[in-house]
Design a protein around this ligand. Sequence first.
Ligand code: WTA
Length: 648
Amino acid sequence: LTRKASTGEGLYRPLTHHSSGPSSLEFPAFLRHLSSFWAAAARHRLSWISPFHTAQDCDLSRGRIKWFEGGKLNVSVNCLDRHVHTCPEKVALIWERDEPGSEVEVTYRQLLEMTCRLGNLLRRRGVKKGDCVTIYMPPCPLAVASMLACARIGAAHNVVFAGFSAEALAERIRDAHSSTVITVNQGVRGGKVIELKKTVDTAVDSCPMVQQVLVAMRTENPVAMTARDVDMEEEMLKEDVVCEPAVMDSEDVLFLLYTSGSTGKPKGLVHTQAGYLLYAALTHRYVFSYHDGDVFGCVADIGWITGHSYSVYGPLANGGTTVLFESTPIYPDPGRYWEMVQRLKINQFYGAPTAIRLLLKYGDQWVHKYDRSTLKTLGSVGEPINTEAWEWYHRVVGDGRCPVVDTWWQTETGGICISPRPSDPDAEIVPGMAMRPFFGIKPVLMDTEGKVLTSNNTSGALCISQPWPGMARTIHNNHQRYIETYCQPYPGYFFTGDGAYRSKEGYYQITGRLDDVINVSGHRIGTAEIEDVVNQCSAVAESACIGYSHDIKGQGVYTFVVLKKDVDVQETDLSRLLNDMVSKKIAKYACPDFIQFVHRLPKTRSGKIMRRVLRKVVERDLNGLGDLSTLDDPAAVQEIIQASDKCY
Ligand code: WTA
């Protein structure tokens, strides 16, 4: 390679100043093109305070991922100020509140003002660049302003899904070392009031590092305030509407977001500034064919990565209008989504298969009642979409006119990686398949020996062979775990944890997790996390938790429990208690659907629980139990099969 060719073909001038630095000097040709592509995209799509000098400096095998180094920018300026210059009165957010017809619109100018006041307030109250602020709020404009205010002053945010319990919240606050928490007095969802501030109070009691809790009022009901609580809206009014944006390096942290892995402890994935924003913006525009003036309706909660990338950062970076959905798919009735589509004139609707499966069961009349002619693209995310749900979404919701884009990605990937139509609007779409990689994504399938499968019509472990700007950089406080989880299983590749099938034509279909993570209604949960809670019950000796196929939720939770010797309890009472414990320590969605009490668990001679066997028993696939030769005590399996109709 010549030095000239290695400088991104002259596309980016400042590279030459760093020709001796860690730039892309030794990269093979296709990687150089990839770098040039991303460099051009970054220059074109983002506003920089000062330009980057190196498009990428990545080594997947060592977990070193750096994009656009040397560049300085501010994410909130990219999401707000630059649009306020051109179209201040354009609607940035439509807050679709729980009660239909009570939506609130927020313009770019208003959102910038809110963000600046909040940024100033955070600064005045001592939040500094590099600190981490935990946000425990339902989707609402102040939640978005809180995220952007952090970005404005250079603090990282850590949004915790407002359905998590006090203990789960506390664990995340402690791991993130947040001294500031932002919340609302109460939440409102599906017509019910949720006591979010009380949950925060309980959580914060076990978080000594928390010095202040900013409380916004979602309802008019006053809540008890303690010495550490701050009336957020009142204090914001005292602040200026101008807030100097912090000058951030491309690789400074933008946010942490906790997700489940295969061990009991949730991991805080770290996303950084420029690469993440660029990737969210680009995927939002191309995967959904988002055009200026469109109304984008992503119904995910902001507590998940989908809410981060496609309710907030992607649409706002593109100067779009984005919906914040506070309610549920069936409140006040199963026509809610489509009534909202009609009322808000939504052009792209992005939701989860679990909701589609649920609505399908209520019948077509709930869809037909409303005018959906504004819809152009329908998106699906979070779990595999079965053909029946896909067909219904396409035929009934989209009247057969709108492409359904099944989008595969993860908290780790930052944005959509595989989806049917990254570019060509007429490309073929096969129902139930995520189909094609996004620009710059190179998926590969691995066999069990760790070799790349080159042929088509084959299945394997899904890896990505080249870094991309949106990928998570590390796990907060645990880079070693990042390397072990994503980089070491297939050295030199990013391992996704998912399995996939590549069709004869080369299209991808995601087949599900290969590890002990299950996907309940599109929410990730580690079976080990549930077992950890169940094992804390004094009556329980050990437990094994598995996912099984569930009609609506995609996967349900089935837990086998071995009681301690001489424990004398009613199994129904105990199963109720265990459910309560999981709900209190994690969240409601993680509660077992079934609990079966057994005398022992099937184990290998070395003492490992054979979950594969348990899964087959639950699926009633007794012929598929497979090789049982390593089983320590074959009678354990027979016992479980015979008693499996006795579960709670
Ligand atoms: C699963 C959500 C099949 C997958 C954006 C992945 C999917 C996990 C799809 C990530 C899809 C997500 N088809 N499976 N279209 N999208 N998944 O981090 O197992 O909450 O690894 O991110 O959801 O879940 P996460």
